[in-house]
Design a protein around this ligand. Structure first.
Ligand code: AR6
Length: 178
């Protein structure tokens, strides 16, 4: 696992499952605009959270690319789920700015709720087609840029499904200046 502390915020990268991060206040869902279960991360989060999560999401939908909304985490081992809509790579443009917005807005929702720790999957890198190395650079640069502005959030963890994806993120983390 890679880790670095910037302005008092610890940023970690690890291989794992976003639905099994019991020590985090919130996990971020790689959502669709309608906030419906879907596949990938969204399917896994809704399955673990139970059907009540879908009910909580309905009145908050639709959201636009780059936006994020927060709900309770229902049966997940966290307090909250933050539902973020990343860009479809090359279709929602400029994709890098919209991806950065999705991370920034997710952190803003966590701060508003007074949370101390948040876990992200690699937004947009599955069905939405964002190349992993480019997405990792945007994700970690954005989290590092936001770190000095965060008051309540002290831990941000990138949770990557594959070991290769975790390596790519750890390298991007190592390249950030402290
Ligand atoms: N834990 C951590 N990472 C995961 C997990 C998991 N349990 N499952 C998948 N990943 P995706 P997107 C990785 O497709 O590209 C959905 O159907 C996965 O390997 O979930 O933002 C929604 O309904 C990939 O690297 O999100 C939307 O329609 C990353 O998480 C659409 O897909 C994101 O993959 C969103 O697409």
């Amino acid at each position: 696992m890679g880790s670095k502390t910037i302005s008092g915020v610890t940023i970690e990268c690890m291989q794992g499952d976003i639905t099994k991060q019991a020590d985090l206040d919130a996990v971020v869902n790689a959502a669709n605009a309608q906030l419906r279960p879907g596949g990938g991360v969204a399917g896994a989060i809704h399955r673990a959270a139970g059907p009540e999560l879908d009910e909580l999401c309905r009145p908050l939908a639709p959201i636009r690319p780059g936006e994020a909304v927060i709900t309770s985490a229902c049966n997940l081992p966290n307090k909250h789920v933050i539902h973020a809509l990343g860009p479809v790579y090359g279709k929602d443009t400029p994709s890098d700015r919209i991806l950065a917005d999705a991370y920034r807005n997710s952190l803003a929702r966590a701060e508003e709720a007074g949370l101390a720790s948040v876990g992200f999957p690699a937004l947009s890198t599955g069905v939405f087609g964002y190349p992993m190395d480019e997405a990792a650079a945007v994700a970690l640069k954005t989290i590092a840029e936001e770190a000095p502005k965060l008051n309540t959030v002290k831990l941000v963890r990138m949770v990557l499904f594959g070991t290769k994806d975790a390596d790519v993120h750890e390298k991007a983390l190592a390249q950030l200046s402290e």
